[in-house]
Design a protein around this ligand. Structure first.
Ligand SMILES: [Zn+2]
Length: 155
């Protein structure tokens, strides 16, 4: 559809090739410090992965935090707080909430809000503790997963 294509072209985005030196198997989650046109900075967490190449070596990818699919490019959401894959970026869930009276829809937002609350001050959040994901980050992933499952009813 032409409308979704226009969105993709105008949304701030980041390519894996620009951060590939930070992608490792050991720490698949990397922090990106995003700066917008007004100099406002946002700390953003992204999952990454690597796939082995047939002739040796490996290729880095982002992993969308919503759908867990591999992506070469991530797009900034409308709030400027998270990066999602192209498919997930087309979800206009914020504006849908205004008119939605559906119960499932409300639960979806609820899960989404809680996920954001866990990370309301990302600079303070510890993701790793002794090589394990912290409980707080696991909770964030759980809420994200819940929001994602519920979101399938609206696409
Ligand atoms: Zn996605």
């Amino acid at each position: 559809m032409t409308s979704s294509k226009r969105v993709v072209e105008t949304v701030p985005q980041i390519s894996i090739s620009s951060v590939k030196e930070y992608v490792s198997h050991r720490h698949p989650i990397i922090q990106l410090n995003l700066t917008d046109g007004r100099g406002r900075q946002t700390l953003c967490l992204v999952k990454t992965t690597r796939t082995e190449c047939y002739f040796g070596g490996s290729r880095p990818w982002f992993k969308c935090i919503l759908c867990d699919k591999r992506a070469g490019v991530l797009y900034l959401n409308e709030e400027g707080s998270h990066l999602f894959c192209r498919g997930c970026s087309n979800l206009r869930y914020r504006s849908q909430a205004v008119s939605g009276s559906n119960r499932m829809l409300m639960r979806y937002f609820d899960a989404d809000e809680r996920a954001e609350t866990v990370f309301d001050r990302p600079q303070r959040v510890k993701i790793w503790h002794k090589d394990k994901l912290t409980r707080r980050f696991k909770r964030y992933l759980k809420y994200r997963e819940k929001a994602e499952k519920l979101s399938r009813f609206f696409v």
